[in-house]
Ligand binder design. Structure first.
Ligand SMILES: Nc1ncnc2c1ncn2[C@@H]1O[C@H](COP(=O)(O)OP(=O)(O)OP(=O)(O)O)[C@@H](O)[C@H]1O
Ligand SMILES: [Mg+2]
Length: 250
């Protein structure tokens, strides 16, 4: 079942010195229910712009976006590349904020928040303020915040970019598990090709600016993904194929 249809989306910006920059050109993509799509492409090609357009934070110039499930628009979680936490609120209060706004504080959802604190290794810091956290902790807090009300559609813009390799591995596994258990549709931007292959059902490769879709690769690997999978020939093949495509772009 198709959830979202993007048809020929284009978007230009005018920079402060008056130069016109076309970020996205004629991007068409259908997102199926429960897909995990990663988007990779050269820096500055328009990946964040594409997610912002999808979340309706950013307008686009031409084309069309169809949400086949209208409820999806109100059931959307977003992890920004440079997520901002409320500086005067604690880790816990930041994570609970979306539930508060949506009047969804129930014993079940609050129990889920406790699980997320545990999952993100933030229990000890629940009462800390953002300024008392490391960059990685802040990022984990914003990931927990985006998951707190269990959104159906999750847009994640390099959520694990600032994390150390071990935490990243751990969160990759957990995100895959969460995605499978809670049936979400995820669009995930990353610079890490291995991460894209590990997590996704499909990987979208964007070209250099103006971004068009260079290719879409279906990742036909076992449903059950363990870290050892990364050492298998099939996995390595996907990674090198995608790396080749990316190198052509830069
Ligand atoms: N609000 C804005 N005003 C002007 N130009 C913008 C704006 N937002 C993005 N751009 C430009 O659009 C292009 C795409 O930016 P975008 O942030 O989407 O890239 P990206 O693929 O996410 O890059 P990165 O991998 O470095 O995060 C860039 O050239 C950027 O300078
Ligand atoms: Mg970006």
């Amino acid at each position: 079942m198709t959830m979202i249809e993007m048809k020929n989306i284009s978007k230009s910006f005018t920079s402060t010195n008056g130069e016109r920059i076309q970020a996205i050109k004629d991007v068409s993509l259908s997102v199926e229910k429960d897909e995990f799509i990663s988007i990779i492409g050269p820096s500055g090609c328009g990946k964040s712009t594409l997610l912002r357009i999808l979340s309706e934070l950013q307008e686009y110039d031409s084309g069309e976006i169809l949400f086949h499930d209208e409820n999806l628009k109100d059931n959307l979680g977003f992890v920004f590349q440079d997520s901002v936490l409320l500086p005067w609120k604690s880790v816990y209060e930041n994570i609970v904020m979306p539930l508060k706004i949506k009047h969804m504080e129930t014993p079940e959802t609050l129990a889920h928040v406790e699980e997320l604190l545990d999952l993100m290794n933030l229990k000890e810091f629940r009462n800390s303020l953002p300024k008392e956290l490391s960059g990685g902790m802040k990022q984990r807090t914003s990931i927990a915040r985006s998951l707190s009300y269990n959104p159906k559609l999750l847009l994640m813009d390099e959520p694990f970019g600032a994390l150390d390799a071990m935490t990243r591995d751990h969160l990759n596994l957990e995100l895959r598990r969460l995605w499978k258990q809670t049936k979400k549709t995820i669009l995930f931007v990353t610079h890490d090709i291995e991460e894209a292959v590990f997590l996704s059902t499909r990987v979208v490769v964007l070209s250099n600016r103006p971004s068009t879709i260079h290719d879409i690769v279906t990742i036909d690997l076992p449903e059950e993904r363990t870290l050892e999978l990364r050492d298998t020939p099939d996995f390595i093949n996907y990674v090198s194929r995608l790396r080749g495509m990316l190198n052509e772009q830069s």
